[in-house]
Design a protein around this ligand. Structure first.
Ligand code: R5P
Length: 292
């Protein structure tokens, strides 16, 4: 990528933009997203984009309210002469609906990826929720690069938790838990979870007796309603264990989820800054910058 590149950040990702521009000597773009009283949006770009490559950095949590401004920003940049559009989305939304779970449902992961493929020329993301899809190439028609936060998470756990016992609160978390357990040389367990609805889950925990002096570290890719974590915490606390750490890549935290999780009395919560949130303690911006 040449210095003929302008970087825009949307919805609070300024630190990524500043770091990327400093590292690659790219130009920082000036963009304004105006929201009208009726919630329509208008994008205004105040940077010369003629024949420039453009990178947008935006996390796609709360995707429905962000997607229109994102697409408008791309269209506006194109109308101003920009040639190549890259998307850095540290959190990529909609990946969990990777199959029609019930008759008549759509597969939103496909639709979201295909929409982004229409507007962008490439995409970079961090730990997307790939479960039934094995690669983003099955979803995107543009080059799509996946970065992994496991090494940075393992380092954080090593520094912060003495004798960690990693616990994945469901089968889908096992890919993250196994990778981090391997790097941090910690033992791990995977919980059996059943989800009954958006906010109701049950968990069956393997026996913890064989790890009496370990600190449970719950590790998941996403915390959304927090119910998966909270249900697992409840089972761990039933053993009389009080010191529990929760770690997640993406701090989605829907509605009151953050408050509900903190009310359980866990000793520590750490998330990566793929979505900007007060619980961010693991900085993954260097991964992104190195990958561009
Ligand atoms: C799904 O399999 C993910 O790995 C997470 O476990 C899930 O998204 C967490 O959702 P919630 O916080 O709503 O229980």
């Amino acid at each position: 990528m040449s210095n003929n590149t302008v970087v825009f950040s949307l919805f609070g990702m300024e630190k990524y933009r500043e770091a990327l521009c400093a590292a690659k000597r790219h130009e920082s773009g000036i963009i304004d997203i105006h929201i009208f009283p009726d919630k329509e949006t208008l994008v205004k770009i105040e940077t010369d984009l003629r024949n420039k490559s453009v990178i947008f950095i935006v996390s796609t949590d709360r995707p429905n309210e962000k997607i229109m401004p994102i697409l408008q920003a791309v269209e506006t940049a194109r109308s101003l002469g920009a040639k190549n559009m890259g998307l850095i989305a540290p959190y990529l939304a909609y990946m969990r609906q990777d199959i029609a779970f019930h008759e008549g449902e759509g597969v939103s992961s496909q639709y979201f990826a295909s929409l982004l493929s229409t507007y962008f020329d490439w995409v970079i993301t961090v730990d997307p929720h790939l479960h039934r899809w094995h690669s983003l190439d099955q979803l995107f028609n543009i080059p799509a690069k996946v970065l992994h936060a496991d090494r940075l998470i393992a380092e954080w756990i090593k520094q912060q938790v003495a004798k960690p016992l990693l616990i994945g609160p469901d089968m889908e978390s096992s890919q993250w838990v196994e990778a981090i357990a391997k790097t941090s040389q910690a033992p791990y367990l995977i919980v059996e979870k059943t989800r009954f609805s958006d906010t109701k889950v049950s968990a069956t925990l393997p026996k913890l007796e064989q790890y009496p002096d370990h600190t449970p570290v719950l590790m998941d890719d996403i915390i959304s309603t927090g119910k998966t974590m909270i249900e697992t915490i409840r089972h761990i606390q039933a053993y009389g264990i009080r010191s529990i750490t929760c770690v997640a890549v993406h701090a989605v935290f829907a509605d009151q989820a953050y408050e509900d999780l903190m009310k359980t009395g866990i000793s520590e919560l750490a998330t990566c800054n793929t979505i900007i949130h007060p619980s961010n303690k693991i900085d993954v911006s260097s991964l992104v910058i190195d990958a561009v």
